[in-house]
Design a protein around this ligand. Structure first.
Ligand SMILES: [Zn+2]
Length: 474
């Protein structure tokens, strides 16, 4: 394993885009999927002189919920600050963030790796606004021919969660990012389909040397790749007895290595000042309790509920609880179907398999009504398990067709299937014609195989005989 003979220290700072209707300090929409670049902007998020920010309460509530997931202590009193720097994505010339008085501090988050539990200490959670989005056309930051800025992202509500450098290997860091992302999606605090919804900066050092910051990594796979590349680079320097310098780098997909962005600046260089246009955030215990009370259930709570209420096997309960959408789908179905055990097995079995195959979220899957119609046929023994499996596949493939249409489709197909089988097995056909009656069984078998054994063999035999007669008449 890379880095197994050195002491690795990794700390993560994740910038998490909270799921809100409007931006952090103005009423512009956060949803830019159907907008043109720079359409969702106003004088506040474009930083016009004299414009004043108004804090979005929904963002603060979600930030508090996030801090609770990380088991942080919520500060009764927190304040915004201006982080002053110049960059084209920041038209105000400063970013509104929190500095020395953050929303929450001193949290703990437990991760599990190969059955071993570990607690990661959380330094702080604070709220800040997102800068705009820079697009490099025709290359990356060092090589682009053209640079465009889209301010639709400017002012989106972010929560930054900072860990202590507690990760001792890359796998732990990746596990943390995956678990946190899953939980935040599960509790509806983020929109997992939003581009760049969780962007991570990672600090990594080996053997107590200088730490290097890797910027703006989107997604857990990218966290893994970038950290591996940077660890390799540091180990290579060490092998040559060279020093690792404190700097900011980024991963390049093209070269598979990290490239230098800048020599690391220190926090003091930003010249933070208190934000004079915003009041402090005051959070009392009753507000925290209210938010906690409104939070959706955690996966382990859902699993416990499934186990006690529906008495399902633990493995199945675990699978159902892992995806909130699937669990809610199950609850809906269970209201109308007696055999909840059968239902659960089909959901985590063929239903989930098809959903994964199509890469569908639950809202794109067949509706509860359609699925229940099928489950009732299975429950009453009106179709075989094999037919059920086929029908589920078809429901995903042809979402507009009714169950009846999907069922009858097989019969329509029978004629053409038999024609194909006859064409493909000319030798058997010749044997039948020369009087070997038994060879017709072979054709029946071949046809049944093609239609997944969901036809009546006698009926198939009859159609084959008719088809062969037709042919010999010609
Ligand atoms: Zn705005």
């Amino acid at each position: 394993m890379i880095g197994s003979n050195v002491k690795v220290m990794i700390g993560l700072e994740s910038h998490i885009q909270l799921k809100t209707e409007s931006k952090l300090f103005c009423s512009c929409s956060t949803n830019s999927t159907k907008s043109k670049p720079n359409e969702n902007t106003c004088q506040i998020c474009l930083g016009f002189p004299g414009s004043k920010p108004t804090l979005n309460e929904e963002a603060v509530r979600k930030a508090i919920a996030l801090a609770k997931i990380l088991n942080c202590k919520i500060n009764e009193y927190s304040r915004f600050a201006r982080k002053i720097y110049f960059y084209p994505d920041l038209p105000k010339g400063f970013q509104i963030t929190q500095y020395d008085e953050p929303l929450a501090v001193k949290g703990e988050f437990s991760i599990e790796q190969n059955g071993k539990k570990k607690t990661i200490n959380i330094t702080r959670v604070h709220i800040e606004e997102d800068p705009g989005k820079i697009e490099y056309i025709g290359g990356h930051i060092g090589t682009a021919q053209q640079v465009l800025v889209d301010y639709n992202r400017s002012g989106l509500p972010l929560c930054e969660a900072v860990t202590e450098p507690d990760f001792e290997n890359i796998d732990e860091a990746v596990t943390y990012v995956r678990k946190l992302f899953h939980l935040l999606s599960y509790l509806d605090l983020i929109d997992p389909n939003q581009e760049g919804v969780m962007r991570t900066d990672a600090n990594i050092s080996i053997d107590g040397g200088e730490r290097v910051e890797l910027k703006n990594i989107s997604g857990s796979d990218a966290v893994e790749k970038s950290l591996k590349a940077e660890l390799n680079r540091q180990m290579f320097l060490k092998a040559q007895s060279k020093k690792v310098e404190r700097e900011t780098r980024m991963y390049s997909e093209e070269t598979g290595t990290t490239i230098l962005l800048r020599k690391k600046e220190y926090e003091e260089e930003y010249g933070y000042i208190r934000e004079p246009d915003l009041l402090p955030i005051i959070v009392n215990e009753s507000l925290v309790n209210e938010i906690k009370g409104q939070m959706k259930k955690l996966p382990e709570e859902v699993e416990h509920e499934i186990l006690t209420k529906y008495k399902l096997p633990k493995q199945i309960a675990h699978q159902l609880a892992f995806k909130r959408g699937l669990y809610e789908y199950y609850i809906e179905c269970a209201k109308k179907l007696k055999n909840v055990d059968l239902l659960a097995r089909w959901l985590v079995g063929d239903f989930l398999k098809c959903a994964n195959w199509h890469n569908y979220e639950i809202e794109h899957c067949p509706s509860v009504e359609r699925f229940l119609e099928l489950m009732q046929l299975i429950e009453k023994g009106k179709i075989t398990e094999r037919e059920g499996k086929e029908l589920i596949k078809k429901m995903f493939d042809e979402p507009k067709k009714s169950l009846k249409e999907l069922q009858t489709k097989g019969e329509i197909d029978l004629d053409s299937t038999i024609k194909t089988v006859i064409k493909e097995n000319q030798k058997a056909v010749d044997m039948i014609r020369s009087g070997d009656e038994k060879s017709i069984n072979f054709l029946v078998g071949q046809t049944l195989r093609k239609i997944n054994f969901k036809g009546d063999p006698n009926e198939i035999r009859r159609v084959i005989q008719k088809e062969l007669e037709k042919k010999s008449e010609k």
